[in-house]
Design a protein around this ligand. Structure first.
Ligand SMILES: CNC(=O)[C@@H](NC(=O)[C@H](CC(C)C)CN(O)C=O)C(C)(C)C
Ligand SMILES: [Zn+2]
Length: 163
């Protein structure tokens, strides 16, 4: 995992679209919608970005729950290990976010908290890189103890440096 404070590419717009393609069976769809929507809102509150949900056609950030080899160059690895990944801003696969459906996705402290993981992934989808600071949402290792205020001050600074 490369560490970098110099954030990478960015979207050249402030209104970013997203679309849910495939869901997990671990949670009701309405719960998944809520957890992902509030993960977008974490970034919207900290920046000038607006997120608009699409129900058809191509959106900037296409979101799906998949397992193992799923058509990109980064197959998932079964339970535990890598939980999810997201591509940085750009056309086509750019921004797309994949969750490993061999994980147990939850709303709380057991399994893996979908809201927390999604907020990290959407940080990548917006162009943020990993941080060495364990308090940062962009730290590369999952922490079930991450509190309600997901973003560290450096996360807010970085998203506002980028947009
Ligand atoms: C429990 N497993 C882990 O902590 C694993 N880390 C992840 O799956 C990262 C996502 C977390 C931070 C939500 C992968 N990543 O960076 C995606 O953008 C390993 C550290 C084992 C790779
Ligand atoms: Zn990451």
């Amino acid at each position: 995992e490369e560490y970098s404070n110099a954030q990478g590419t960015r979207w050249n717009k402030n209104i970013i679209t997203y679309r849910y393609l495939l869901y997990t069976r671990d949670l009701p769809r309405s719960t998944v919608d809520f957890l992902l929507e509030t993960a977008f809102r974490v970034w919207a509150r900290a920046s000038s970005l607006t997120f608009v949900r699409m129900h058809s056609h191509n959106a900037d950030i296409m979101v799906e729950f998949v397992t193992s080899d799923h058509g990109d160059l980064y197959p998932f690895d079964g339970p535990r290990g890598t939980l999810a990944h997201a591509f940085g801003p750009g056309l086509g696969v750019g921004g797309d976010t994949h969750f490993d459906d061999d994980e147990r996705w939850t709303t709380g402290k057991t399994g893996f908290n979908l809201h927390v993981v999604a907020a990290h992934e959407f940080g990548h989808a917006l162009g943020l890189k990993h941080s060495r600071n364990p308090e940062s949402l962009m730290y590369p290792t999952y922490k079930s103890s991450r509190g309600a205020s997901l973003l560290a001050s450096e996360d807010v600074a970085n998203i506002n440096t980028l947009y």
